[in-house]
Design a protein around this ligand. Sequence first.
Ligand SMILES: [Zn+2]
Length: 485
Amino acid sequence: MPRRTHRFPVAALFTTFLAAAALAADRSGDAADAAADHLAHDIFKELIEIDTTDSVGSVTAAAEAVAQHFRAAGFPAEDVRVLGPNERKKNLVVRLRGTGRQKPVLLIGHLDVVEAPREDWSTDPFKLIEKDGYFYGRGTLDMKSGDAIMSATLLRLKQEGYRGSRDIILALTADEEDGCCNGVEWLVRNHRELIDAEFVLNHDGLVGYSINAEHGVPQEFAFSATEKLYADYQLTVANPGGHSSLPRSDNAIYQLAEGLLRIGRYSFPVELNEVTRAYFARMAKARTGQMGADMRAIVRDPGDAQAIARLSRESDLNALMRTTCVATRLKGGHSNNALPQRATAVVNCRILPGHSKEEVRKELIRVLNDPAITVRYVAEDGAITDTAPEQRALSPSPLLPQVLQPLESTVAAIWPGLPVVPFMNAGATDGIFTRAAGLPTYGVAGIAVDRDDMHAHGRDERLRVAAFYRGNEFFYRYLKALTAD
Ligand SMILES: [Zn+2]
């Protein structure tokens, strides 16, 4: 027992009384929080157990299931829309009306999941299993947890009779992972009026933003404000070939291999943008020792070669500083006893904002420095062309105070001292479509994920139970702070 309770019994009594009163007031909050968690869990379970894979699943079934909750909660029919290009790929768009003092915020999340072969999994991937403090199931991380949290938050706000400063629009969509009919792209093109907003929050946090945790302990709250551009290139060496008993100096496999090694040794120049500079500046404060010093050094001088060399050893930091290209596939020859007539490789690149796919193709040609190796562009649908599009990776979204300030205050209230850092995704999300439509887009999710658990597309996808409920609490509080009137 603290010593001061002996010294000041009356004050202590009063303190106890205040604490009890506060607790009672808190209880009603607790009850509402518990109900909100319950609802989020039910929607989560419902979504996990609806197969939304591209092969045999139906996104429409998931969109309809969630729409039912909104209709039952009293959302008018015109504010709950289920629509899309075909029967299996319909999206849900819901609007919670505010006072209209500010322009709407759009929340996006995808309902589809990648395939989950039952034989690879320890549990049924299409059942939500709670075990040892984790939720297991396909989509627990990517991203039916986020879909459930966003839906439950809107339902809770509606139930409270909450009217924020802006409409809150929620779009749960098809085909982020794969498939014919990306829902965000379709909505932007066909129903811009339904989703038009001042800015967009993407809850798809499994691509690097979210709370990074070690053994359940949050390390930093990363939110995304920009992403790299994805591009594949095919490298080919052709050769007349011949009999393998008579080798010559020109050989398709050797030439290609030497070219690939040159790419492997090459590093694209370091380039920081508004987002990555802010990332390193903020992370430097949270890191001690050499790493913190190196982060500070490159913010001061992005040409500091020694700091760059040390930071580049960490693959995630390396990817933040420069365009990366890496060989991912290799094929060559046609017979054990013939000189190869052809050798091909695929090189996958993640391009920094401001640069184009064609620019990177030309850079690969320069690095390969061998006219025998042709470098062609491989489009997403597999079509191969001699040159790449001039399309540039989009500039980062500006770090808007109306997005950041409520984020920082909400994080500080829930996770005191946790650094909030802007982040650049190394892979593409649905944010490319909203950014291309001119809507500033941020990846924001309050779900803590252990670095070791980042196997979202793999077997036994899982999420800590506590992280799910914390993420639910975060999102509710953040959305209220963001729309405070
Ligand atoms: Zn995802």
